[in-house]
Ligand binder design. Structure first.
Ligand code: SAH
Length: 350
């Protein structure tokens, strides 16, 4: 049995069942055995591949998107460029390279990376050597106040903890994690959750909510409404509704959620409708969500690919495969949503 699993079992024996949110936080971020705390999960030999790891074009187009938003708001200086969960630092490296065509932007920004994992911070430090960068381990509006905020989050919100509720004869009961003979299993709370009303649903329906995601979206929106800026959230997800989307992935395959905590990535589909509602509460104007395929195509993915192929003819096949993956492959499950200040017009791509 993994060390982390037995520690979770002991915690449950002492304190009672824990929420799925608490389980996710421990499994992903425990400082000794947490999934993100200990490893680099990306790439062909890792557990999963993300869009910036598929092709440099992804980060480049996003870099240009950020620059364009910055210009449309009168090129505020100083400003701040923030990435949530930068992984290997690939998106940021590609975005900054593309942004070189507007040196005033690079001069204006302070770069802040929000990263909880010490292992990934180290990889980001190497990937972005030569850049002046500040790391923080969670977004807090205090450190991020006083400047316009240009923010990108790719496959970040799916990693934030969710809670699940199941519709029963008694009402919506929270799905918890309990332990029996050292094994972890799901169990329903005996009493219905008070004050929860996500709409009419059949017995057995699952309602997911991510209070951490919603609170963060509201906080980002508040900063953008007050100080100006733009946020781009790209992730896989849906636009509201019911269903169990919690998943574990290891070595590019679905894995058991409870069997080996810390050894598989845990994530859930992002509820864009909930994020949009939270962002509106925070005072931002919301654009999208739209499919990642349409978004990248509208930003000029095909034109960028043509240039890249001209410069690297040997790579033609790989570049065409990357376009296919970023548009058709990830196309509609993956979505892009933008948060802007109230007065702002429609940003590029939407
Ligand atoms: N954006 C990258 C990585 C996505 S994986 C890419 O597209 O390739 C999720 C990233 O978010 C990792 O860097 C992980 O360490 C970080 N992360 C996950 N939960 C976090 C949290 N609660 N606080 C800060 N960083 C977190």
């Amino acid at each position: 049995m993994s060390g982390l699993k037995s520690r979770i079992a002991k915690l449950i024996a002492a304190d009672g069942p824990i929420s799925i949110a608490q389980f996710m936080t421990i499994a992903l971020h425990d400082s000794h055995d947490g999934y993100y705390a200990t490893r680099d999960p990306f790439g062909a030999r890792g557990d999963f591949i993300t869009a910036p790891e598929v092709s440099q074009m992804f980060g480049e187009l996003i870099g240009l998107w950020l620059v364009q938003c910055w210009r449309e708001q009168g090129s505020p200086s100083p400003a701040r460029l923030v990435e949530l969960g930068p992984g290997r630092g690939t998106l940021m490296a590609d975005a900054l390279r593309a942004a070189r065509i507007v040196p005033e932007f690079l001069d204006a920004i302070e770069i802040v990376l929000v990263e909880a994992s010490p292992a990934l911070r180290e990889i980001q430090r190497e990937r972005l050597s030569g850049q002046k960068i500040k790391w923080i381990d969670h977004f807090d509006s205090e450190t991020l106040s006083g400047r316009s905020l240009f923010l990108i989050a790719n496959e970040f919100f799916d990693a934030l903890p969710i809670r699940q509720y199941v519709m029963t004869e008694r009402g919506w009961c929270e799905r918890m994690v309990t332990a029996r003979d050292g094994e972890l299993e799901f169990v329903l709370a005996p009493v219905a959750a008070a004050g929860l009303d996500p709409g009419k649903a059949e017995i057995g329906a699952v309602y997911e909510t991510s209070p951490a995601s919603n609170a963060l979206a509201e906080e980002i929106a508040r900063a953008i409404a007050a100080q100006g800026g733009a946020a781009l959230i790209v992730d896989y997800g849906h636009n509201g509704g019911f269903g169990d989307t919690l998943q574990a992935v290891a070595k590019h395959k679905y894995a058991s959620i409870l069997d080996a905590p810390g050894e598989a990535d845990l994530s859930a589909h992002v509820d864009f409708a909930a994020l949009a509602a939270a962002a509106r509460r925070g005072g931002a104007k919301v654009f999208g969500p739209i499919g990642q395929g349409s978004f990248l195509t509208a930003l000029g993915l095909k034109e960028r690919a043509r240039r890249l192929i001209l410069d690297n003819p040997d790579e033609t096949k790989a570049i065409e495969a990357a376009i296919d993956r970023l548009t058709a492959g990830m196309g509609t499950l993956f979505k892009a949503m933008a948060l802007l200040p109230q007065g702002a017009g429609k940003p590029a791509g939407f």
